[in-house]
Ligand binder design. Structure first.
Ligand code: IVH
Length: 670
């Protein structure tokens, strides 16, 4: 390759265009025409010229994609029009109801719909001012989002500057930032190798990446985008279909033409949906359904909104993706509380963006109910959760030698007896010092939901345990540089990172600390209740069962477990060691709002809220003296119902003493 040299401004513009072309070949067509090395040389030349001519740098220069600055958190920005979510339909009948509602409201059946992919990523609103990308906001609460401009600029398929005539002074487009399945898989492989927590799915990976503070890191995540909307679009285009064409002209990324369709009837929409569903597996990115929008934008205003959904559009969600594979073996995993979980070891199969080789079988009852045997051909499914499950067995393919599985009588890790606890389907290893349990406890202790010690994931903890450097959680706080340097791949930077995050975790709220101890039956809710009640760890260790059961939300079984945990000398010694090794347990904040209508009331939350995350809502309740519970019972006072409520809502409606609150009611009571 001839080395490029920029002499004139025209050379500079040519080089920009050349690099943009290469980005297109690489990121959009996935067919690079030059090597990475050659690309880097061109980029270096561009950057050299820009350094010498800072006043002449153009907005669309590829060098502007990654800014140097590391943000200290995100500013907030207000959306020019609300970012709403769509009402979901899950069956063809429900889809038909949506179409009929539109016909009825418009008083005609002569309506065209634009059907398109429902990309499974994270929503974004991007503003171009005089054609230049100036701001990108996440959806946030629909009114206000996080300003992630620097991160969005790293998306190579997105123009930094729009070319062409008649570009409005301000153009705010809406789309979905996503991660390709392949990129997601590679990212998780690397994270696993580094002992970091893997992302559950490409959607989480995309959303997580957008929230990184260092745009350079975001750039490595190779995010992509598809755009499907314009805020206040009526002033720019007249139909959704035309919007796609408009975007195409401006080189704003849209779905492939095969992936949107103008339909004139429910039948056509269903045909399109079935076609897309059949292609879903082969797509390089994840979708979770299709979106159907009334095509004529003038009709959108006429149809309006119901609460927070538009009446002119709906999502039609596909069933979770399934795959067929074979059970090669059933093994046992020992959890942190000693529960033995049977796990199906599968012939590796690709499903929803990752290769699956294991699926949980929950317990013996579940195995018997589904009649699952070793050697069976099974259908597996990956729903919203990370861990896939076995849905059913293909009995027509059952081999004669398919083996019935029985739970072992001994723990596979420490060979102690297994005990069956009354009224529980689970069986547990009876040895509290079982090394399988201990390692799981350590991993849990450092995990995000407990002490949240970054850089101390499964792999690193496994190595520390194996080397005998960490035998119990309090040992983590004694680790030093020389010990960490014995770990494979641990150099100066990784050692510093880990020691810093250990240090950071030392200041810790009482409820988090309680969670991290891994007391049987003590999850987040119980830990919060205990922290609020006892205020400090010392008081807690002395509480008796009679005291504990007076706490609303704590029953006898949980109280027994807490008492027996604090009766154990070893546990008390471990708590002393934590304090000795530098942990500072912080008392819960005093509640300010006693006397509030929420005081002493029990809430259950169901569905998603527009203005708050669930934990924000729970905190607001707690700050006002109320508490939250995960189950609806006669003790429930209020059920706060968001979008797509679950069965809790149905149950609550049947109990006369429960007050059902909409988000609006909740806000006014606050
Ligand atoms: S239109 C007024 N079109 O699905 C609603 N959304 O619950 C505007 N999504 O928040 C959204 N693909 O993040 C629209 N082709 C598409 C989409 C799409 C994915 C996401 C988007 C939105 C959610 C709807």
């Amino acid at each position: 390759m001839i080395k490029k040299q920029i002499k004139t401004q025209k050379d500079y513009i040519d080089l920009i265009n050349e690099l943009i072309e290469h980005d297109k070949h690489y990121y959009i067509e996935c067919k690079p025409v030059i090597s990475d090395y050659e690309y880097d040389l061109l980029m270096k030349e561009l950057e050299k010229w820009e350094k010498d001519h800072p006043d002449l740098i153009l907005e669309n220069s590829p060098s502007k994609r990654v800014s140097e600055a590391i943000t200290q958190g995100f500013k907030h920005g207000e959306h020019i029009s609300l970012m709403l979510s769509l009402a979901n339909t899950y069956s063809k009948d429900e889809l038909g109801d949506f179409i009929n509602r539109v016909y009825k409201l418009l008083e005609t059946e002569n309506v065209k719909f634009c059907a398109e992919l429902k990309m499974d990523g994270t929503a974004i609103s991007i503003r171009y001012e005089k054609g230049v990308l100036t701001r990108a906001l996440t959806r946030g609460n629909g009114k206000v989002g996080d300003d992630v401009t620097a991160n969005v600029k790293t998306i190579k398929s997105l123009p930094l500057k729009l070319q062409g005539l008649d570009i409005p002074d301000v153009l705010e487009i809406r789309g979905e930032v996503f991660m390709h399945k392949k990129t997601f898989q590679n990212l998780n492989i690397i994270r696993q190798e580094e002992g970091l927590e893997v992302f559950a799915n490409p959607r989480n990976a995309a959303a997580g990446s957008l929230k990184l503070l260092d745009p350079k890191e975001v750039s490595k995540r190779r995010l992509d985008i598809v755009c499907y909307g314009i805020a206040e679009a009526e002033s720019i285009v007249s139909s959704q279909f035309e919007m796609h064409k408009y975007f195409k002209k401006l080189k704003i990324p849209i779905s492939d033409e095969k992936h949107f369709k103008l339909c004139s009837s429910l039948e056509e929409i269903v045909e399109f949906a079935d076609y897309i569903d059949s292609q879903r597996k082969n797509l390089p990115f994840e979708i979770d359904g299709i979106v159907i929008k009334v095509d004529d934008l003038r009709l959108h205003k006429k149809l309006g909104f119901t609460g927070k959904h538009p009446r002119y559009a709906a999502a039609y969600k596909f069933q979770p993706e399934q795959a067929t594979t074979e059970i090669l073996d059933i093994t046992i995993q020992v959890g942190r509380t000693g529960v033995l979980t049977p796990v199906a070891e599968l012939k590796p199969v690709f499903l929803a963006g990752s290769t699956i080789s294991r699926a949980t079988l929950h317990n013996q009852d579940e195995i018997m109910r589904k009649d699952i045997r070793i050697g069976d051909v099974v259908t597996i499914e990956k729903g919203g959760d990370v861990i896939p499950k076995v849905v059913s067995v293909d009995f027509s393919k059952r081999k004669k030698d398919a083996k019935i599985f029985h739970m072992p009588k001994k723990c596979p890790v420490c060979l102690s007896d297994v005990e069956h606890i009354e009224n529980e389907v689970a069986v547990r290893c009876s040895n509290p010092n079982c090394s399988g349990q201990t390692l799981k406890k350590l991993i849990y202790f450092a995990s995000k939901e407990a002490m949240d010690i970054e850089h101390l994931g499964i792999k690193v903890m496994g190595a520390l345990f194996e080397k005998g450097l960490v035998k119990r959680p309090s040992d983590i706080y004694l680790l030093d540089e020389s010990q960490l340097s014995t770990l494979e791949g641990f150099k100066e930077k990784s050692i510093k990172n880990l020691l810093d995050s250990i240090e950071k975790s030392k200041k810790c709220p009482l409820s988090k600390f309680l969670m991290a101890l891994g007391i049987k039956y003590v999850g987040k809710e119980t830990a919060d209740l205990l922290a609020d009640y006892a205020k400090d760890i010392k008081t807690l260790t002395h509480l008796k069962k009679e005291d504990l059961v007076t706490i609303e939300g704590i029953g006898e079984k949980v109280a027994d477990s807490i008492v027996s945990y604090f009766e154990d000398e070893n546990n008390l010694k471990e708590i002393e060691k934590f304090v000795k090794n530098g942990i500072e347990i912080q008392k819960p904040k005093e509640k300010k709002h006693f006397g509030h209508v929420f005081s002493g009331k029990t809430f259950v939350l169901t569905g998603s809220l527009e203005n708050f995350t669930r934990s924000e809502a729970a905190n607001l309740i707690k700050e006002r003296g109320g508490k939250t519970s995960s189950t609806v019972s006669n003790n429930t006072d209020y059920v706060l119902v968001g979008e797509d409520p679950g069965s809790k809502y149905e149950k609550a409606k049947k109990i006369k003493t429960i007050t059902i609150l909409s988000e609006e009611d909740f806000k006014s009571l606050l």
